[in-house]
Design a protein around this ligand. Structure first.
Ligand SMILES: *Cc1c(COP(=O)(O)O)cnc(C)c1O
Length: 468
């Protein structure tokens, strides 16, 4: 004999909406316009399948709008999830400045304009406007880099990992590359120094110990087959206490006395001194070059605050070998990268980097300025009845493997919501449009305005208004 719940199930199954009914909804029409009819039909099928299995398991909620409203709601969730899987702008309220998962460095306004103006259409990428003949791609960006670092020449590839592979392959393949055991690190995202060495075909010679490596350790390892001394910045890893490594100058002198080169992978690589902001152990590229490093590599989208790129600076003869190597053709950057880099490097040239480049502006923002901004936001958020916002002491993070010991003091917003748990609040913010990414600490949702621009604060307020 059928039970009451069986009857309800059968009744619900009979009332299951037809695909066309879902497709007539505003959401489905919008999806059809944006992504095509076929995609809308696919999403409608998924929504209906989900609804059917919920009915069969007795889990379909009664909805005021009936099963059609439930199906449309499911359709919207499927469409939303598809949209969120693509690249979308996000508000980074985490206070992690170079947030690798959130796209590392935001571009400067000048860089964005240059990208649109100079590189989104045809441009003189490999065309010399003076002569009307073929020109060299990236020449101006390379010249600016060389000028800013005091290097003889520069070369640009897709990222710093590519730069390291190119340098090791072109300058040390088949020969020995000597590196300290304290620098055989993993940077994250699968960049492991020993693996990169192996891929390049250089024969890695490890010297010293994890915490101490002396100049004599390198000296003893140099043979007729040694091609490079290698120095790697440990980035997001630090050994503290009883430690020592030779200076770049000592290593460069040793390399040159033996007729070989010194290669330094500086990682984040600061173009300007950032020690007044607590970033005391990031290699200053200019100094490494002045101290005699033959080749230095670093990232375009870490402390330099530009697009993802691998920047290589150094001696003319070494850079020329890299430029002529077949790998360079495979690793070369696009016109978009050159446009963004040129505009960012110009900010350094005119001495306006702390004003114009977002990463450097965020690093140099004072705690008192943050307090002023965050107090203003707290007052506005407390006007929303279900939210409670307090200003508390916090710490921002440089991120991106840069300066792990520097954690600039900040004043951050600690949020709780009357009806939502902190996890629910974090999720709602993350799924909002645009997504707002926060962090949770001590049962509060934290918002650090160090990584949020003033324009974004207005957007934040709109997102919060919709939460209520
Ligand atoms: C970050 C980093 C890299 C990798 O740079 P990408 O630009 O992300 O490829 C390589 N070496 C060091 C020392 C780094 O810090």
């Amino acid at each position: 004999m059928p039970t009451v719940s069986d009857e309800k199930t059968n009744e619900q199954l009979r009332q299951l909406p037809a695909i066309n009914q879902i497709l007539e909804s505003g959401s489905a029409q919008k999806t059809a316009l944006e992504l095509g009819e076929e995609t809308a039909v696919k999403f409608a099928r998924i929504a209906l399948d989900e609804l059917r299995s919920e009915i069969l398991s007795g889990a379909a909620a009664d909805s005021r709008g009936g099963l059609l409203a439930l199906a449309i709601e499911k359709f919207e969730r499927v469409a939303g999830s598809e949209r969120r899987s693509g690249l979308r702008r996000a508000i980074n309220a985490t206070g992690v400045i170079i947030h690798t998962n959130l796209g590392r460095a935001p571009l400067s306004e000048n860089a964005v304009n240059a990208l649109v103006e100079n590189a989104s259409g045809y441009c003189n990428l490999e065309f010399d406007l003076e002569t009307g003949k073929r020109g060299r791609r990236g020449r101006r960006a390379e010249n600016l880099l060389a000028e800013l670092t005091g290097a003889e020449d520069a070369l640009i590839v897709n990222n710093c990992a590519a730069a390291a592979i190119l340098v090791l392959t072109a300058l040390a393949k088949g020969g020995e590359a000597v590196v300290s055991r304290g620098e055989l690190v993993e940077i994250g995202g699968d960049f492991r120094v020993p693996d990169v060495m192996a891929q390049s075909g250089a024969i890695m010679k490890e010297v010293g110990t994890t915490n101490r490596t002396k100049l004599a350790d390198y000296e003893h390892e140099i043979t007729f087959n040694t091609a490079l001394l290698v120095k790697v910045h440990p980035s997001n890893y630090r050994i503290v206490g009883f430690t020592s490594v030779p200076t770049v100058k000592e290593m460069a002198d040793l390399a040159h006395e033996n007729g070989i080169r010194l290669y330094e992978d500086a990682g984040s690589g600061a173009l300007v001194d950032l020690s007044e902001f607590g970033l005391t152990d990031e290699p200053l590229i200019k100094r490494s070059i002045a101290d005699g490093a033959d080749v230095v590599t670093f990232s375009g989208d870490k402390l330099l605050g530009s697009a993802q790129a691998g920047l290589i600076v150094g001696k003319k003869d070494a850079i020329e070998i890299l430029r002529k190597h077949p790998f360079y053709r495979a690793l070369r950057a696009s016109k978009i990268i050159y446009a963004v880099l040129e505009a960012t490097l110009e900010s350094f040239k005119r001495g306006k980097h702390f004003d114009e480049i977002p990463v450097l502006r965020m690093i140099s923002t004072s705690e008192s300025e943050l307090e002023k901004r965050v107090t203003g936001l707290a007052a506005k958020l407390n006007e929303i009845s279900s939210l409670s916002a307090a200003v508390i002491e916090g710490r921002s993070v440089i991120g991106g493997g840069s300066a792990p010991m520097a954690q600039p003091a900040s004043k951050v917003l600690a949020l709780t919501h009357e009806k939502l748990s902190v996890n629910e609040l974090e999720e709602k913010l993350r799924l909002s449009d645009p997504p707002v990414i926060t962090r949770i600490e001590e049962d509060k949702v934290l918002i650090d305005l160090r990584t949020v621009s003033n324009a974004e604060v207005d957007v934040l307020l709109e997102v919060f208004a919709q939460l209520d």
